[in-house]
Design a protein around this ligand. Sequence first.
Ligand code: RIB
Length: 301
Amino acid sequence: MSKKTILVVGSSNTDMTAKTKNLPRPGETVLGGVFTMGAGGKGANQAVAAQRLGGNVQFICKVGRDMFGDNAVKQYEAEGLDTSGILRSELPSGVALIYVDEHAENCIVVASGANGDLNEADIEASRGALEHCGILLLQLESPIPSVLKAAKIAHEAGAMVVLNPAPACELPEELFRYIDLFIPNETELSTFSGLPVEDAASAEIAAAVMQGKGVGKLIVTMGSKGALICEGGPAIFVPAHKVKAVDTTAAGDTFCGALCVAISEGKSLKEAAEFACAASALTVQKMGAQNSIPFRKDINI
Ligand code: RIB
């Protein structure tokens, strides 16, 4: 069976990361470890994850006409991604400033730059790719009107539309009706449903609220606990692998990319979530975003 193509529309950043014992509080200066710089951005991470894990992937993003943008495009080409839809902006390329603490937790500030310039005309110009993909994978580091337009075009053309709603922000209710698979973490699910989400039982109730808004199915990522699949019947819990995490950056992105690959191969959502949990367990054991994303040969499933 031929695999469905996966189209990722989203952000591309250069990640500048410092490791520190404790994350700084407002007004505080803390000393950190060695500075590292690498390729990141939720869209790019998900596209690279899907490509490394065996998908047929096209990536559409907008980068600046600068060194960071040039390096990013070269990197995506070297990964084997279809980069024919990558656009250039007069704004600087996106940069993410990341702190990682000794418990592998992070906090991130994204200077969106060119990502914020991916406008509705750009999406219209990409209509052909959106109408012909099998799976469209979106996140929320791009302007929301563009996310909405991409989702609508792909939905109307019969593609499966997958949204990882990160970072959470206010969304038009119309968008939910175009989403076949919604992949929030617990905090994001709580934001969008308006309900507290603390465990599998409360996640299942909040997922039903999202289905009432028009979302098809959900997979709620629950960090080191695992993932909860809500398809309408009784929810299915897929436990995470027990590993020693050093940096959780891009773990959710790896999960989303891996999940789409498995779906594109015709796997069930449970099989796809098991594959995605195995992939993201490898990501958290290395520092960095794309630096830590595994290849298909690294996964024994
Ligand atoms: O999800 C991780 C990503 O979030 C980082 O690579 C950073 O660029 C931010 O977009």
